[in-house]
Design a protein around this ligand. Structure first.
Ligand SMILES: [Zn+2]
Length: 349
């Protein structure tokens, strides 16, 4: 059976499992009655409504945005499980030796709580997030803080953060994290903002979600899409050194059809949101750019793209770095026109 493939399938689609047949709504024809069936043993499929019949590799590329190499890699990873049922083999378990904060004995607990306390996470919050540590056993997970990712109460992923200077600082399980959104359940909180951060601690502080890196995948975007629509706004709050990445993320979101307000936080008074107490403090320490505003968007683009030339604003760029060098002005005008066209094609209607 294609274990990895099956896991990815159930992470995105509402799947009805009948043995090796995974039945779901066809993504191609607007089907609502699960006419599309994927055989995860053979890696073949069929839509009994429209005839869409991708194999597993094609499906990963078309529906999940994986590259061909990534897709082949996932499909070639064939795992057989004789003792486990399919449901069991799909279930993600925390690493062996995991002990939750509540169950921990006092020596470890004091250490872990002081470690968390230094980062502004209280015991109550740690319990709420169901954090824990791998205390027993061998292997890479031992001595790591385990930060689970929950989606509506279901464990979908976890992160292992070194507590004792182990390398690497962050350890991830061997299954795909492309669609994982840490803090998914924060989206349901009624405080009217969707904030995208890099790491779990950042997301925790601002009641946002973490994409676990500086890039957002389309799968992750689709998970938060409805909520962005509902609140009418999305805020990108990456680390201080990641302003360019934030701009790229905003462009990606626009290209995926976002019509809502996009804000980009440029952190000025802190390195990352995790250093702050809450969203208000992050906002106080940031310059907030309105990415839907044409002028602000151009300024931000020039700031991140033209940074190495020392140009910080359109005005400075148009003025040129040297009064005696007219080519700067020409270059700036051309660049400006390019940007203008680029934006005109993407401007929300
Ligand atoms: Zn179909």
């Amino acid at each position: 059976m294609l274990v990895k493939f099956a896991k990815i399938l159930v992470s995105k689609f509402d799947v009805k499992i009948e043995g090796n047949e995974y039945r779901m709504n066809c993504p191609m024809c607007g089907d609502t009655k699960k006419h599309f069936s994927f055989n995860v043993e053979k890696g073949i499929s069929n839509c009994f409504r429209c005839g869409y019949r991708p194999n597993a590799v094609v499906f990963l590329v078309e529906q999940f945005g994986f590259s061909l190499d990534e897709a082949k890699d996932i499909v070639s990873n064939i795992g057989f499980s004789k003792t486990k049922t399919i449901e069991e083999s799909l279930k993600i378990d925390l690493p062996d030796g995991f002990v939750g904060i509540k169950e921990m004995n006092s020596v470890y607990k004091d250490y872990v709580l002081s470690w968390l306390g230094e980062r502004g996470v209280s015991e109550e919050e740690a319990e709420e997030l169901r954090l824990g540590v791998v205390l027993n056993g061998e292997g890479d997970w031992k001595g790591r803080l385990i930060i689970p990712c929950w989606e509506e109460g279901k464990l979908v992923y976890f992160i292992g953060r070194a507590l004792f200077r182990q390398e690497p600082r962050y350890l991830y399980p061997p299954f795909p994290k492309k669609g994982v959104v840490w803090g998914y359940d924060n989206l349901k909180k009624e405080d009217g903002e969707v904030c995208i951060c890099e790491g779990w601690l950042d997301a925790h502080k601002v009641s946002g979600i973490a994409v676990l890196g500086q890039q957002m995948s389309k799968m992750q975007w689709e998970k938060i899409r409805e909520e962005v629509r509902r609140v009418g706004k999305v805020s990108i709050i990456l680390d201080k050194d990641a302003l360019s990445a934030a701009v790229k993320m905003a462009d990606a979101i626009l290209s995926w059809g976002c019509k809502e307000v996009i804000e980009i936080y440029e952190l000025e008074g802190c390195k990352d949101p995790g250093e702050c107490l809450n969203r208000d403090e992050v906002r106080e320490k940031s310059m907030v750019w309105k990415y839907n505003n044409f002028r602000e968007r151009v300024k931000l683009k020039l700031k991140t793209q033209g940074g190495k030339n020392g140009f910080r604003t359109i005005e400075e760029r148009l003025r040129g770095s040297s009064k005696n060098d007219p080519s700067n002005r020409v270059l700036a005008t051309v660049k400006f026109n390019e940007l203008n066209q680029d934006f005109a094609s993407k401007r929300p209607v």
